[in-house]
Ligand binder design. Structure first.
Ligand SMILES: Cc1cc2nc3c(=O)[nH]c(=O)nc-3n(C[C@H](O)[C@H](O)[C@H](O)COP(=O)(O)OP(=O)(O)OC[C@H]3O[C@@H](n4cnc5c(N)ncnc54)[C@H](O)[C@@H]3O)c2cc1C
Length: 386
């Protein structure tokens, strides 16, 4: 990735990789095996200021661009780490920065930048709505200077490891005869006050994302924690989703490059039939193919990041980057697995852990089907399928 980066960004990359070197494969294997949250790693990232890189300097943050944040996330995953454990703070930030009011920014951003407040939870998905976000049923009803929230969320990652949660709710009931994207609102829920009053159940998964199912029963959220205007939350979430796709693409690319590097090194040193296995084109070409596709996806990611940093909404570019990077990652993961032969599935070599991590991006945070539907319908103007 270096050739597209400024000197400052190359320094960010080196500094993050240096930090990650303190958390070797054995650390991540233990976290994975015991299903732990990587507290020490997240603390080190926080202390170094990498998780507040998008907060403007006037609020005590790093004042970086989304491209800087991409460099951080790619470097973590390219080093063999897993940025998913802490990345939400970067993409949830966009919603507050773009749509939060000054009082909210003053109240939350300096504390987040100082590492005193963790902003890692993002509650959008619901069991009954699935991908059709407009069908969420969690409601917020105004009662004086509070909203009363009832309903529930599913797959809320990092719930116990966050002090604030960005929550999407319905403030106006779903009505198929009006614009269904209206009537949704974004609330900031202060979990320091309310975590114990929210019933939360862990959802065991094949990864260490730590997702939870949440149940809200008359949860009181102060009206001052409403982001932007009531009823416009869907558009705020969508604009945040462009940032999410660009940032997560950087992680997928980091993973993909980690696989191609591991695979090409192993293919060069592992000898069978008296020669390196990488001399066989059946081994070499899939790695080269995946590498070329990762580099192409990376270009789309940089384009999306540049447009976003210029204040535009690069929905096509962000979606295309997500699609292409996840497909290239999956190819790289399979090429690496094949290259390692039987050793690929052993825990000791660390490939199987990353292989499991490489599968989820095809369906989450957004499924590639929905990305293709977006491009087909919104970019190319074909008939809507939903
Ligand atoms: C590990 C993990 C962590 C997550 N963390 C969070 C989080 O922190 N916060 C949060 O809000 N959510 C989170 N999610 C939820 C994630 O965003 C959703 O799982 C994802 O959006 C898909 O929703 P669903 O699982 O309900 O799938 P569904 O909507 O049930 O879809 C199932 C399948 O049907 C396909 N499909 C559905 N409709 C169509 C259509 N019209 N055309 C073509 N195909 C279609 C989809 O592509 C998908 O493959 C997480 C998920 C996972 C797995």
């Amino acid at each position: 990735m270096s050739s597209y980066l400024t000197d400052d960004q190359q320094q960010i990359q080196s500094a993050v990789m240096e930090l990650c070197a303190r958390f070797p494969d054995s650390y991540w294997q233990q976290i994975d095996k015991e299903r732990l949250y990587p507290d020490k790693f997240v603390q080190a990232l926080t202390d170094a200021g990498w998780l507040s890189i998008l907060i403007p300097e006037e609020y005590g943050g790093g004042g970086g661009t989304i491209t800087d944040a991409c460099v951080v996330l790619e470097a973590i995953n390219r080093s063999g780490g897993n940025a998913v454990t802490a990345h939400a703070q970067l993409y949830t930030m966009g919603t507050v920065l773009r749509h939060g009011n000054e009082e909210q920014k003053q109240r939350f951003l300096p504390a987040i930048a100082a590492g005193d407040l963790r902003f890692q939870a993002f509650g959008v998905t619901e069991a009954d709505a699935g991908t059709d976000t407009t069908r969420i049923r969690t409601t917020a009803v105004r009662d004086g200077d509070h909203y009363i929230v009832n309903g529930g969320k599913i797959f809320t990652s990092r719930f116990p490891h966050s002090d604030i949660m960005l929550l999407l709710v319905r403030t106006t009931p779903y009505d198929p005869n009006t614009r269904t994207t209206q009537g949704l609102s974004c609330l900031l829920v202060d979990l320091r006050d309310s975590r114990d009053s929210i019933e939360h159940r862990p959802i065991p998964t094949m990864l260490s994302h730590d997702p939870y199912q949440l149940f809200f029963d008359d949860l009181r959220v102060p009206v001052e924690n409403l982001i932007g205007e009531e009823g416009k939350g869907f558009s705020y979430i969508l604009s945040g989703m462009n940032a999410e796709r660009i940032l997560l693409t950087s992680e997928f690319l980091g993973d993909g490059f980690w696989f191609t590097e591991k695979a090409s090194q192993y293919a060069t040193t592992r000898e069978v039939f008296g020669r390196p296995i990488g001399q066989n084109q059946a081994v070499q070409f899939p790695i080269a193919q995946a590498y070329a596709e990762l580099e192409a996806a990376s270009l789309m990611r940089w384009k999306a990041a540049e447009l976003y940093a210029n204040g535009q909404s690069p929905a096509f570019e962000a979606n295309a980057a997500k699609l292409l990077s996840t497909q290239a990652l999956w190819k790289a993961a399979n090429a690496c697995m094949d290259t390692y032969g039987g050793y690929g599935v052993t825990v000791e070599y660390g490939i199987e852990r990353k292989f499991r991590e490489a599968r989820t991006p095809l369906v989450a945070p957004v499924s590639n089907n929905l990305v293709l539907a977006y491009i087909g319908q919104n970019t190319l103007g074909m008939p809507k399928s939903y």
